[in-house]
Design a protein around this ligand. Structure first.
Ligand code: HEM
Length: 463
């Protein structure tokens, strides 16, 4: 829990290996970025990190807007019922059934993995395969992998057609256009960069704007070239790791939408859903803070409150950003992570050594609730993230996305999506919750959730 110790573990290249518990993910994700190690992780990370560069993320803004608009419209249907229940952000709608089935399969897989972590006798495969969970796991993996394969097949066909027609990759085009587009602004979510430095904005010199591709485009193009040393198996593993919403196959509207939705993955989906659900519940209880968010939104969208959100708008959402960061502090969607220690590590907090072979567990949930760094640590106070307060804390005292070389590649994607989604919901609706934080029953399996679900009331705003 001591940020100095956490920095020693996470902040360098010595302890990059995940603990043995992560191997439970293997039948699902193969040896993708989340669990791979050594040279394989290093080379894949180097290839994948630039696909999350902000110049690519900016091209997703219209997609995030469209999805958020759809959510706002769906919520309107719920108004009659007054109480809205989100199952980790997933709602069954007729037109989106494939996505729902996929999301449910992912959720159930997470439950199985959690059970295997707790019921340790189920960990060895030779015992697990005789348990009552083995059948459901096989079924769920089939649902997940069938959709992944379908997405890859469609992408490959699209790529070949584009190639035959001699067309430039849509993303290269989008990135070029984006460079000339003042609307997007140049400031690049700099506030977030103060907390965790990583490799998402690096490599500019090596890779260059022109050669940067969005994730799936990159993998498809890589699969066609022998230079990259990526086998079909490698590609499938990375797609399973990063991809989530294959539902878009059924009703996709555009190439960009397809790409952006496909970037969500198990973390990407469940983590962002957990973050937005917690944020809305907290705002529902703390009406004074919600009023401030709404005021900021009114200032930004003066004259046209319901227009699409631009990238520049998201830079101006300083207060909403603090609300999101404070939500991630109190309810980090990934509540803990673990690493295998390969050589003895001396800690900074005292005369302690973690011996080689041990597992180091880093618990974000506890790190974030220490009164030494956060006065009134249990209180929801977005001003904890005023720049001057951040400067007073050690860097590893806030690590919802982990930190160091193996931090989350999707963190900027997640922040952008959260801002756009919450802005859409909050400018249209007032959210109300009568349940205090002290009454939450938290469930800390792979992703932090509320056992009772996220219950909210919504009221349409009149301006
Ligand atoms: C609020 C949202 C999110 C949170 C809180 C979060 C948190 C994290 C954390 C804590 C890790 C480190 C895991 C570990 O060390 O075991 C991680 C890794 C990762 N995340 Fe995220 N994440 C979020 C959203 C996303 C999204 C949207 C994507 C993809 C679009 C994504 C992709 C990844 C990947 C691929 C890794 C593995 C990186 C590596 O090992 O090199 N995440 N995330």
């Amino acid at each position: 829990m001591d940020p100095r110790d956490v920095q020693i573990i996470l902040g360098n290249n010595l302890h990059l290996e995940k603990s043995s518990e992560y191997t439970l993910f293997e039948p699902w994700l193969g040896d993708g970025l989340l669990i791979s190690k050594g040279e394989k992780w290093k080379s894949h990370r180097k290839m994948i990190a630039p696909t999350f560069h902000s110049s690519i993320l900016k091209t997703f803004v219209p997609v995030f807007n469209r999805n958020a608009e759809r959510l706002v419209a769906n919520l309107k249907k719920e108004l009659d019922y007054k109480i809205l229940e989100t199952a980790m952000g997933v709602q069954k709608t007729d037109e989106d059934n494939t996505g729902y089935e996929y999301a449910m399969a992912v959720m159930k897989m997470c439950n199985i993995l959690h059970l295997r972590t707790v019921k340790y006798w189920l960990r060895p495969d030779f015992i697990f395969k005789y348990s009552s969970l083995a059948g459901p796991q096989k079924f769920l993996l089939n649902v997940i992998h069938t959709l992944t394969r379908k997405v890859m097949k469609t992408k490959k066909q699209d790529f070949l057609i584009r190639q035959q027609e001699g067309k430039q990759s849509l993303y290269l085009k989008a990135v070029d256009e984006d460079k000339n587009n003042e609307e997007n602004g140049t400031d690049d979510m700099s506030l977030m960069n103060n907390y965790v430095k990583d490799d998402l904005e690096e490599n500019d010199d090596i890779i260059g704007e022109k050669k940067r591709l969005a994730f799936l485009d990159f993998l498809i193009e890589a699969s066609q070239s022998t230079e990259n040393n990526l086998s079909d198996k490698d590609i499938n593993e990375e797609v399973n790791t990063i991809m989530f919403e294959a539902s878009l196959l059924a009703n996709r509207q555009s190439e960009e939408e397809f790409e952006a939705k496909a970037l969500d993955k198990i973390w990407g989906h469940d983590t962002t859903a957990a973050a937005s659900s917690f944020a809305l519940c907290l705002l529902g209880t703390h009406q004074d803070i919600q009023d401030k968010v709404f005021q900021e939104l009114k200032d930004i969208f003066q004259g046209d409150l319901y227009r699409p959100v631009t990238f520049r708008d998201t830079i101006e959402m300083k207060y909403l950003e603090r609300v999101i960061l404070e939500t991630l502090r109190l309810y980090p969607p990934v509540p803990m992570i673990a690493r295998t220690i390969r050589e003895d590590v001396k800690l900074a907090s005292g005369d302690y050594t973690i011996p080689a072979g041990a597992t180091a567990v880093v618990v974000m949930y506890c790190i974030h609730r220490q009164s030494k760094y956060y006065p009134n640590p249990e209180t929801f106070d977005p001003d904890n993230f005023l720049p001057e307060r951040c400067l007073q804390r050690p860097p590893y005292s806030f690590i919802p996305f982990s930190a160091g070389p193996r931090s989350c590649v999707g963190r900027k994607y997640a922040m952008l999506k959260l801002k756009i989604l919450l802005a859409h919901v909050l400018r249209k609706y007032k959210v109300v919750s009568t349940i205090k934080e002290s009454e939450y029953t938290l469930q800390g399996d792979i992703i932090l959730k509320r056992e009772e679900g996220f219950l909210l009331q919504i009221e349409e705003r009149t301006i």
